[in-house]
Write a protein that binds this ligand. Structure first.
Ligand code: MN
Length: 334
């Protein structure tokens, strides 16, 4: 069984260095704290920086044929606009080189700096049309802003125009809502990540962005960040609780229709049988893709968990590789 893992991380020294410096010197920031786990000398840092031997060896040992690789959260989104734009370009060039060296083992999601939407749109176009990327990734909010806000529409437009699936990866909740999470360090992957990221996705839906960009595909990790659990409630409450006139666009379809039409989900960090079986029931097996979240999550354990889920061989093939081949345009194996 071919296995494609679709949310796998790397970092370049030019991003890692400043993040570690800031983690050591600045007041506590949840997204910088995260980087303190990748301290100098740690296996995590070594594995994030590596796009060669160790990554390929772990893939070989655990039966992962292809990694769809992306810059680790928060990517370039905590930098200024100019620096972030330059670092996204650099990271995209570095990853493109690694993919060119290992074209049957690696695929990639390109980074961009939402801080400068016009240049972000240009970088998305460059990555998709000239570097051969399979999609793009954003780590939820940028300085508290969300992509449904009109100034970011050029980014969504570029994704739709180039056919780039937009992977919305988590980060800690935006500054406007983080306080109640912080009391018990809930802003991390324990709960804050999925609350933040599912909110971002829902804002795109109720903001009418899929009426404006109907061919846009959004991918959510970690079992879809739980959003598809709420489908009938989202539809019912969206109809029941009207926004004040002019505050919310009239949608062409119910919220769940957009989730079914425009979204796909991955199993990063959530290769949990009940969640996978529920997702098959709720949104269909053709929308679910395997992911590990290497090197943050153990590859062998993730593969063993997915292998053990009692679904049909056809469903497993869809989740392990067929859906990723279709959605991310990864060439099928020979
Ligand atoms: Mn991840």
């Amino acid at each position: 069984m071919r296995r494609i893992a679709t949310e796998e991380a790397f970092v370049i020294p030019e991003v890692l260095g400043p993040m570690l410096d800031r983690a050591a010197s600045e007041a506590y920031d949840p997204d910088l704290f995260f980087w303190s786990k990748a301290a100098d000398g740690s296996p995590l840092q070594r594995r994030l920086l590596d796009l060669g031997d160790e990554r390929l060896q772990i893939m070989d040992e655990t039966g992962v044929d292809v990694q769809l690789i992306s810059l680790a959260s928060t990517g370039v989104q905590m930098f200024g606009a100019d620096e972030g734009t330059a670092l996204a370009t650099l990271a995209n060039d570095v990853l493109a080189d690694a993919i060119a060296k290992h074209p049957t083992r690696y695929a990639g999601l390109a980074s961009f700096a939402p801080q400068d939407p016009a240049r972000a749109a240009k970088e998305i176009e460059r990555a998709m049309t000239r570097l051969g990327y399979n999609g793009v990734i954003v780590n939820s909010h940028t300085n508290g802003d969300y992509l449904d806000q009109p100034e970011y529409w050029p980014i969504l437009e570029a994704c739709e125009a180039t056919g780039a699936p937009l992977y919305i990866h988590p980060r800690a909740p935006s500054p406007q809502m983080i306080a109640p999470y912080s009391a018990y360090t809930l802003e991390h992957a324990i709960f804050g990540f999925q609350a933040e990221t599912a909110l971002h996705a829902l804002r795109l839906i109720v903001g009418g962005l899929f009426d404006r960009f109907p061919k846009l595909t959004v991918v959510l990790g970690h079992g879809g960040e739980g959003l598809h659990y709420w489908l009938p409630r989202l539809d019912g409450m969206h109809a029941n609780f009207k926004a004040p006139e002019g505050k919310r666009p009239q949608l062409q379809m119910a919220p769940s229709d957009y989730i079914r039409r425009n979204f796909a989900i991955t199993t990063s960090g959530m290769n949990w049988a009940p969640a996978v079986r529920f997702a098959i029931d709720a949104v269909g097996v053709e929308k679910i893709m395997f992911a590990i979240d290497y090197p943050f999550v153990d590859s062998a354990k993730s593969v063993a968990e997915m292998d053990a889920i009692e679904i049909s061989a056809a469903e497993k093939a869809a989740i392990y590789h067929r859906n990723a081949e279709r959605i991310f345009r990864i060439a099928p194996a020979n």
